[in-house]
Design a protein. Structure first.
Length: 157
DNA sequence: GCCAACGTTGGC
DNA sequence: GCCAACGTTGGC
């Protein structure tokens, strides 16, 4: 299974992931996204890393799942922006993701929309807001091809 | 900053 | 269970 995960670069971008090597993906508070993370994500799955609210928004590289879903402690922390008052400890989960590669330049949303081979890809649809969702293998491969065509990517060492 | 799309909440 | 109101996401 392949995935797309969105993050605002001002909050946590691909450069930070490259620097950190891996991170925990806290703060998902949408049941559909939660269910995919909890029920379907497995270690080793590849992820398109997407920058939203960016200039340009688009896929900036590849990450991978390095730890499967476990409870998100921020949901229990009243001081956190992600606090969910009264939520049972197992309501919200997070996964850990590792850096794989950063494209030489983003594959912008405009380019994704313009590519016929990516027709139907979730992120190209109007009103697509889900921050975590699966991507078909064909779409994943195509986006990676487009990203690598931008120049030599930076890979994890 | 605007606004369309969507998910969630809460009154009934 | 319906649905209007509200909050959030995210492109532009």
């Amino acid at each position: 299974v392949y995935w797309l995960m969105k993050s605002e670069p001002d909050v946590y971008g691909i450069d930070q992931l490259k620097k950190d090597g891996r991170t925990f993906w806290e703060g998902v508070r949408n049941y559909t996204a939660r269910n995919w993370m909890r029920d379907q994500m497995k270690v080793g799955h590849q992820v398109l890393f997407y920058h939203s609210n960016a200039d340009p928004s688009g896929v900036v590289g590849i990450a991978e799942i390095v730890r499967e879903a476990y409870p998100d402690p921020y949901a229990q922390d009243p001081k956190s922006d992600y606090y969910d008052e009264g939520a049972p400890a197992d309501r919200w989960v997070m996964v850990d993701v590792g850096f794989v590669e950063k494209f030489a330049a983003p594959v912008s949303l405009a380019e994704l929309k313009a590519e016929p081979a990516l027709e139907g890809m979730e992120v190209t649809k109007k009103g697509s807001r889900l921050s975590v969702h699966p991507v078909s293998e064909a779409h994943f491969r195509k986006v990676v091809e487009m990203g690598r065509a931008k120049g030599r990517p930076v890979r994890a060492s």
